[in-house]
Write a protein that binds this ligand. Sequence first.
Ligand code: 5AD
Ligand code: SF4
Length: 408
Amino acid sequence: MNVYDSQRIQNMLEGRGYEKTDGIKDADVIIFNTCSVREKATNKVFSALGRARKENGFATLGMVGCVARETDKDAFRRIPGLNFVLGPQSYHKLPLVLENPDAKHLYVDLSGLEKFDELPTMTSSELVAYIPIQEGCSHCCTYCIVPFTRGPEISRPFDDCLDDAKLAVGQGAAEICFLGQNVNGYKYNLAALIREVAKLSGVRRIRYTSSYPTEMTEELIELHGAEPKLLPFLNLPLQSGSPNILSAMNRPYDIEEYLGIIKKLRTHRPDIQISSDFIVGFPGETPADFEMTCKIAREVGFINSYSFKYSKRPRTAAAIMPDQIPEAVKKERLAILDDIINENMRSFNKSCIGKTFDCMLEREEKSGNLIYRTPYMQQVIVKGPSNEFCKIKITDGNKCSLRGEICQ
Ligand code: 5AD
Ligand code: SF4
C-alpha cells in the first residue's frame, strides 16, 4: 500500500515538473512516506527527518502516511523545520502545500475515497500495477493501529477498480496486484473483479494482498483452480497458532477453520503456496502458545512469512494488556520461527530445481544479473538476454532466491 502511495506521490510531482533525485542535498522537496504498524519505524522516521533537515535547510520537508496521522500536529514540535504533515488519505493535498511551501500544513483527516477522485491520472511504465480496491480496515485486531490511521474499511466502486486496471494495462502493465488491508473482504466481490480483469488480453498475472482468513469465499477459493492468470501464491495471515492468543488478538477464527481453507485451496490448485504474517510475543503468549505457532508453521509449510515481534502501539487494546513479553524472549521466539519458515522455503526452493516456470522480469541489477519472479513469487537470478516474460529452468535453489537459465 505504501509503495502504491509513493508511486502516486511521485507521479503527482512529476506532473508538476519535478524530477527524482538521489541526493538529499539537491532536493527541492523531501517527503518521507511512513508506516506506523510497528514502533521502530515511527522512531526511525523522526531521526531521518531531523537528519534530512540538517543536510538540506532549504527544501520543503514533509511527512506523509500513517505516522503523519498518528503524530498529527505534534510532528511539528518534534521536528521544528518540518513544513507539512499529510495523512494516508490526504496526500492529494500536496499541490496546496507546494503553492505555499514555507507555511506549516497539516491535513490528517480521514477523507475516505476522496484522494482517488482528486489525484491526477496515474501514468506508469511498470510491469506490475498496484491497484487499491479498498481503504482502511474494520477488523480491529487488538494489536493493530491501522483502523486508527487508515480508518474504517471502505471499498472502491467496482468500475473504478476495473478502469484503473484497464488504464494500467494500456500503459504496459502485465501483472495486476489488488491491494487492501482486508482485500478479500472487498464489498463488490473480489472474485468477480479478478474474472473481469483476467479478460483483458494484456494481463498475464493477477494477485491480491492482504487477505483475512474468514473472508475467503468459496467463489474466490474455487477461482484459484479456474483462473490460470491468478498466481498460485497467497498471503493468508494467521498471526498465531494458539487459540488463546487468537482470541486475545480479536481474530475470531479457529485453527481448524484456517486449515480447512488451506485444504480447499490445495484441492482446487494443488501447487498453491501460502505465506503468512505472524506476531510473536503477543501479551500473555506462553511457551506452549508459541510452540503451537511453530507446529502449524511446519505443518502448513508456509514458504514465506512476515514475522514480527509484537510492538506496542498507541490507542490499541493490546498495549495495556497484562503479561507483556520481555524483548529478549520475543527476539528468541522470532529467531526460532524464522528458522522454521526459512527451512520450509529452502525445501520448496530445492523442489523447484530442474523445473521450468513462466517468469516475469522484476529488475536488472547493476552487475547485469536479471531478477525475475516465478508464479510463486520467488526471486530467480539469471544472466540475460532480457525479455519481460520468459520460461526459466531452475538450476539452483538456496535460501531466499533461485538461479536459473532462460529457455530459448
Ligand atoms: N506488532 C507487531 N506486528 C504487527 N502487525 C500489525 N500490528 C503489529 C504490532 N502491533 C503485523 C501483522 C500484520 C502486518 C501487516 O503487521 O502481522 O499482518
Ligand atoms: Fe490490522 Fe490487518 Fe487486523 Fe485490519 S485485519 S486490524 S489491518 S491486522
